[in-house]
Design a protein. Structure first.
Length: 289
């Protein structure tokens, strides 16, 4: 006759030595042998109680994959500033070493037509590599008899937090601030003055809250439709938000301001504009558009 029996199974954890990188999937050297991180070592794979050398290449151009125009520069170990260090693990407890790198992206800034204008960069590195997340300030200078139109490249970084600058991010902005997130080539666009010069004009009661349908009702964050003449480009231009969900404050060279504050743009056309009322209008009884 079979009887039920209680069986107790015990598990024990084996201490490990972990070597990792930030960002992940970069390479380090253990006793001269290059290894892809992260790497987890147990007592059976590394000699205990013996000195071992940890190091890495000061510059790496690839993680699991390579991205042209992106590189990784040694910053430090989480617990040591030296690139090369000596470790000695006794295998009795878990130990983690973190090798940290600074990510940089190459940025190229050029004029689409050097005879019409020039582009300059504040504090430009000699090799045009900028730290990821850093802020770059660009200035466009039109040649005599020309005008600046916008910054163009199809990958505009409009996800710069408002706290970074009082002037809201806009590809029409000049000077312009943007956050470095990836390698890119950015063009300053210039053109001859439009003749005759357009004279944008809003219709009476031409500012409409698209949610309520009410005219002249402006509340912070509201999506607005603005109706008039000579407002924007000849063809409808829609704006695509950036990765963080921010909209550019410029659509095909067209912008809308509320008491001088640029509004995020949704679209622009000759007779209608779509914009989001800036939160800076909160508490105001009236604003100039």
């Amino acid at each position: 006759m079979n009887r039920a029996r209680a069986i107790t199974v015990s598990f024990t954890s084996q201490p490990v030595l972990t070597i990792q990188t930030e960002p992940p999937n970069l390479r380090f050297k253990l006793d001269g042998n290059e290894i892809l991180a992260p790497q987890v070592q147990t007592a059976g794979y590394i000699t205990l109680g013996q000195n071992h050398t940890l190091s890495a290449s000061a510059q790496q151009d690839c993680r699991t994959l390579c991205t042209a125009g992106t590189r990784y520069l040694f910053q430090d170990w989480a617990d040591s500033a030296a690139l090369t260090r000596t470790i000695n693990w006794d295998g009795k407890s878990n130990v983690t070493y973190t090798l940290r790198f600074r990510t940089q992206h190459q940025q190229t800034f050029v004029s689409q037509n050097s005879t019409r204008g020039a582009v300059s960069v504040e504090a430009r590195p000699a090799d045009d590599y900028y730290d990821e997340g850093s802020t770059v300030k660009l200035t466009a200078t039109p040649a005599a008899g020309n005008r600046f139109v916008s910054w163009q490249n199809g990958l505009l970084s409009t996800d710069l937090a408002a706290s970074v600058t009082a002037s809201v991010v806009s590809s029409c902005g000049n000077p312009w601030l943007f956050a470095v997130t990836q390698p890119l080539t950015l063009y300053g666009s210039f053109a001859a003055p439009v003749s005759p010069a357009p004279k944008p004009a809003l219709l009476a009661n031409g500012v409409v809250n698209t949610a309520s349908g009410q005219g002249l009702a402006v509340s912070p964050g509201a999506i607005l439709a603005l109706y008039g003449t000579d407002l924007g480009p000849a063809a409808l231009k829609a704006v695509t938000p950036g990765d963080a969900g921010y909209f550019d404050n410029c659509a095909a060279g067209t912008s809308v301001t509320f008491d001088g504050i640029p509004a995020p743009m949704i679209y622009a056309s000759p007779t209608q504009l779509g914009a989001i009322a800036p939160y800076a209008v909160a508490g105001k009884a009236a604003v100039d558009v």
